[in-house]
Design a protein around this ligand. Structure first.
Ligand code: 13P
Ligand code: SF4
Length: 347
């Protein structure tokens, strides 16, 4: 007969097999059997609660690895997770990520109760512009198609014509019929978009608002030059929220999902990942044979997620953990996201 102690030991061993190689320098945490034993009762409880509540847990690749590999049903980038939210037939969706991602899940799966572990998990991009701000910009360029990056509030999506993610932005904007594009809220992604479309010979005028990601705007070309001097053969992999100078000096630029795919399919002695540390953790789990040199940074919002908060949200979500949206606003925002699904490239 399996005792509680046996179940905890088995769970600790399962967690350790996944987390063994995760080594996040900024957090200074290492994984061993004792640390896994300490969290095993919690992951067992969450996995039991999930069944009882008919819940599904979606986790962005930037959240803590014990959430990603301990309790998440689906893990990935914003595009993948919004597809999963749209397909979910669950009674409850727990979104371990940031608030705009949970809002997107509620827009796409209105019948589900969608909860966020921590209501404070904002995003410097999503927080940089309001619906009113978009309306003001639209009045200045009424002939532009309004494209919003998914890192935006439901209110901003409701004001936009089409939503994009880091994985489909170039393809979708290149194929829009209008020349003039109002792109919100990421100024740096807008600049990268302008550069990439010029490289592809696509004639578009890209007007941007002034948001930036507080994590990705910190990397500079000097980080890349110093790393290349020290590690010959290094491959530099960056996210399109980085500056155009960083993008230009990188070997590959793409969404977190595309960055993972690139590393998995590229042979190189070292990789420098210019993104949030959680992605490096995922790669350490899934490609333990590869070497990553320092560089990544923490997103303070993503790091507000914890197993305890996920458990509390499953047991009895507090009002501040439950995502609610006005139905008229939700329908307008849904149109903009559905347009993205229609225009996305097929993999
Ligand atoms: P991805 O969709 O590429 O995962 O990006 C989300 C994000 O917030 C990056 O900072
Ligand atoms: Fe927002 Fe940047 Fe954090 Fe992504 S990493 S959630 S863009 S603040």
């Amino acid at each position: 007969m399996i005792t509680t102690a046996d179940a905890v030991e088995q769970e600790a061993e399962r967690l350790l097999r996944a987390l063994l190689h995760v080594d996040c320098e900024p957090q200074g945490r290492t994984w061993n059997l004792d640390t896994c034993r300490a969290i095993a009762p919690l992951t067992l409880e969450i996995n039991r609660l999930k069944q009882e509540r008919g819940a599904v847990i979606l986790a962005h690749s930037y959240v803590e690895p014990e959430i990603i590999y301990g309790v998440a049903d689906f893990r990935g980038d914003s595009y993948f997770l919004s597809l999963k939210a749209r397909e979910a037939r669950a009674k409850m969706i727990v979104f371990a990520g940031v608030v705009f991602m949970a809002e997107t899940a509620k827009i796409l799966s209105p019948a589900a109760q969608v909860v966020v572990p921590d209501r404070g998990s904002g995003c410097s991009l999503a927080d940089s512009i309001t619906g009113e701000g978009v309306r003001r910009l639209k009045a200045l360029c009424p002939d532009a198609t309004v494209v919003c990056y998914i890192n935006s509030t439901a209110e901003v999506k409701a004001e936009s014509d089409v939503c994009v993610t880091s994985g489909n932005v170039y393809h979708i904007v290149a194929n829009l019929p209008t020349r003039r594009i109002l792109f919100v809220p990421d100024r740096l992604m807008g600049q990268n978009l302008r550069d990439e479309l010029r490289r592809r010979g696509v004639d578009k005028e890209i007007i941007t608002s002034d948001g930036t990601c507080m994590v990705h705007d910190q990397f500079g070309p000097a980080d890349i030059a110093a790393a290349r001097a020290q590690f010959p053969g290094l491959k530099v992999v960056s996210h399109p929220e980085c500056t155009p100078e960083v993008a230009a000096a990188s070997d590959f630029v793409g969404s977190t999902g595309a960055m993972m795919k690139y590393v998995k399919t590229t042979v190189a002695p070292y990789f420098l990942m210019l993104t949030e540390c959680g992605l490096v953790g995922r790669l350490q789990v899934e490609t333990p044979e590869k070497s990553f040199i320092g560089g990544c940074r923490l997103c303070p919002y993503m790091k507000l997620n914890s197993l305890e908060k996920v458990r509390d949200a499953l047991v009895a979500p507090r009002p501040d953990q439950i995502v609610t949206l006005d139905e008229t606003l939700r329908l307008r925002a849904a149109r903009c996201i559905e347009r993205m699904f229609e225009l996305s490239p097929v993999d």
